[in-house]
Write a protein that binds this ligand. Sequence first.
Ligand code: EPU
Length: 429
Amino acid sequence: MERFVIQGGGRLVGEVPISGAKNAAVAILTATVLAEKPCIIENVPNIRDVSIILKILTDIGAVVQTIDRSTVMIDTKHVQKAEVPYEMARLYRASYYFLGVLLGRFGRASVAMPGGCDLGVRPIDLHIKAFEALGAKVSLEQGGMVDVKADNLIGTHIYMDGYSVGATINAILAAVKANGLTVIENAGKEPHIVDLANFLNSMGADIRGAGTDVIKIRGVSHLGGATYSIIPDQIETGTFMVAAAATRGNVLIKNVIPKHLECITAKLRKIGAVVEEFDDSIKVVRTGGLLKDNIKTMPHPGFPTDMQAQITVLLALAQGTSIITESIFDNRFRYVEHLRHMGAHIQVDGNIAIVEGGHPLKGAPVIATDLRAGAALIIAGLCAQGTTYIEDIYHIERGYEDMESKLCGLGADIKKIYTPDPLGMSQAL
Ligand code: EPU
């Protein structure tokens, strides 16, 4: 069992580079299944979710070659298997993108229901409706397998009757080689949806409107290969921005797209940090006090749910009462209990958290209940008096590359230590 041990109280100072975006990488790497020639993908984050996808790709017959630390060549020409078993699909959320790509390539796919962070109920009904609209038959088989089959995928109108990033991506993946025009209405607008569309277009797809709520896909019969660089991670950047503000730091965050961060920048300025934007970097400095604020998570370009836990830590340090409303997931406040152990005064009522700020945080043993919860606990540990121990850090490693060495580079006192599991139980269970 590995855990983080953090001695709090220091300021983060210096420069930190941001890795490629997790949620773009998981879509783009999977989308190489649709290519007929090798693809070279650059700026790939070195995280656990990516390692699992590369393993699945190899398992279904792709040739995967690591060129350097962040570049990978993927040749899917010899892929024949259209199945992803439970042991692999359960390890991360975006395994459901294999349904879209295998359906698009072979007209059939069998993929186990996905795993990922436990943020409440996470159905895939919108994905299924999109596949069905394109002409596929979908059945839920024993053992949690989702089977999709189509003799022919036919372009159509898909109205998403709920806002879903994953269903939008899956609809694009299945429609990109369908016959005729597909129009997705009420589509997701997140930067990684745009990144996926740009990648597919660079292979010869015809996708327009990504980044707006109407995406038009004219099906093509062939997709070649491409060399493509993944966008920087919006949420990793936001996490370092909040960490800098929380620790009274002075941090230059490099290799970012400031436009993707506007909602986080605006909130941090309101709360009391100075944020300077440059072409591909952003600087966050805090010298004064922190002010309360209210936050409501929203689809892009609103405040991202994936930054909700981190900003809550910052508001727990601010004077006054802040209200956080989670409007995307129905159970994304599980970390609050752990912040309370550290001395934060936060009450949760349904999808609202009331944060009475200004109480100092103290180091404590806590558990990363999911990926972003883990990031929030790291920020809390950096600001706390004394030592914080964070268990279950495999959640954090699913989505953040080299978190502890990046933080150490900014002067943080954080170490990853191994402690034997007294019960001999696997952490992944
Ligand atoms: N939903 C449905 N039916 C569906 C699909 C979604 O009801 O068929 C509901 C979900 O239960 C949720 C809401 O719609 O309440 C939004 O879910 P969405 O489909 O947009 O989320 P996702 O695709 O499962 C992606 C990211 C998440 C991020 C959300 C929201 C990936 C791999 N995951 O999840 O990232 O929080 O969009 O922006 O792209 C993270 O990185 O920590 C993370 C959880």
